[in-house]
Design a protein around this ligand. Structure first.
Ligand code: RHJ
Length: 130
């Protein structure tokens, strides 16, 4: 229905703003683009479902996300991938893991602060209906 399409258009506008805000934060630079296989040759053997913020921006435009929970599932994926590929006790891995958790917590906090729960409920109802 037109009403549902209007709701989903509003969701996409909101998610683009959240995604852009995260990608602008210099603390999250390491999550903005796919991992460079030249830098980490085994990355795509170890990580089954790579994800990054630029790819998420593309997925918004492809109408991949029908509710904020779908978007946060991909944020969780970015975080999980980082924790799995960078598990060591050295400072570099520890920094990556800390930033990954900070990205996840920041995304959840942004959406909780900026999104009406009834709007998300309406989006999830559309999602269930499709
Ligand atoms: O996991 C990641 C990104 C950080 C969060 C996503 N990478 C895997 C490589 C290991 C480590 C050092 C560099 O080799 C650099 O290429 C990466 C990128 O960081």
């Amino acid at each position: 229905y037109a009403r549902e399409e209007h709701t989903l258009r509003e969701l996409r506008i909101f998610l683009r703003e959240v995604c852009a805000k995260l990608a602008r934060n210099r603390l999250f630079f390491m999550f903005t683009k796919p991992v460079d296989v030249e830098e980490a040759p085994d990355y795509y053997d170890i990580i089954e479902k790579p994800m990054d913020l630029e790819s998420m921006m593309t997925r918004i435009d492809q109408h991949h996300y029908v509710c904020a929970k779908d978007f946060l599932d991909d944020i969780d994926l970015i975080c999980r991938n980082a924790l799995e590929y960078n598990p060591d006790r050295d400072q570099a891995d520890k920094l990556i893991r800390h930033r990954a958790c900070f990205l996840r917590d920041t995304a959840y906090a942004l959406i909780k602060a900026e999104m009406d729960t009834d709007f998300e409920d309406r989006c999830q109802a559309i999602s269930a209906d499709r």
